[in-house]
Design a protein around this ligand. Structure first.
Ligand SMILES: [Zn+2]
Length: 183
């Protein structure tokens, strides 16, 4: 987890905000807090492998922390995480973006059958059918009924994600993951 002065400053410029020099200090404290949350849930990265039947191919992923006001969204590549007011939200979004990463590291393992089954859905919806299905199973295993419920803080009310969730409810998260990952 890192903070890049030049990266955050560039985002500030693009969003026409004034860059605050003390941002790195905030990032240091924020990163400490998030690392602690991850350490408390040490199994989460391994559980992503178990649930998805995929393997991490890179041992390390750099997470860039950015000021929440500068970047419109958090995204997966380079993994860019907004410092949300509530770190529980940052944790949920981080898990979501990490799922995108394990999928993109193994994109060749996603079956043609999955793509053709959901060919009518646009790519954003289609990807989130798979991301969401993995999250549903992961959430059941580790976070449901806890303060960190993965669907509590993440943006699943956003229309394309909501559509993906409806499809997951219809077809079943486990069926989707099993059908999507080529053995
Ligand atoms: Zn996503």
């Amino acid at each position: 987890m890192t903070y890049s002065h030049i990266y955050d400053m560039t985002l500030a410029n693009i969003s026409k905000r004034r860059y605050q020099k003390a941002a790195w200090k905030k990032a240091t404290a924020y990163s400490k807090h998030l690392r602690k949350m991850l350490a408390d849930h040490k199994g989460v990265l391994k559980a992503m492998e178990d649930v998805s039947k995929l393997r991490w191919k890179e041992r390390k992923i750099t997470v860039y922390l950015v000021n929440a006001k500068y970047s419109p969204i958090s995204f997966s590549s380079p993994l860019t995480l907004k410092m949300y007011k509530d770190p529980r939200k940052a944790f949920g979004v981080l898990v979501h973006e990490l799922i995108h990463n394990i999928l993109s590291q193994n994109w060749g393992s996603v079956s043609a059958a999955f793509h053709s089954k959901y060919a009518k859905e646009n790519m954003n919806v289609r990807i989130h059918i798979l991301v969401g299905a993995i999250l549903v199973i992961l959430n059941e295993r580790l976070f449901k009924d806890s303060q960190l419920d993965l669907f509590k803080y993440d943006r699943w009310d956003y229309a394309p994600y909501k559509r993906a969730l409806n499809i997951i409810n219809r077809d079943g998260a486990r069926n989707i993951v099993e059908g999507a990952v080529r053995k």
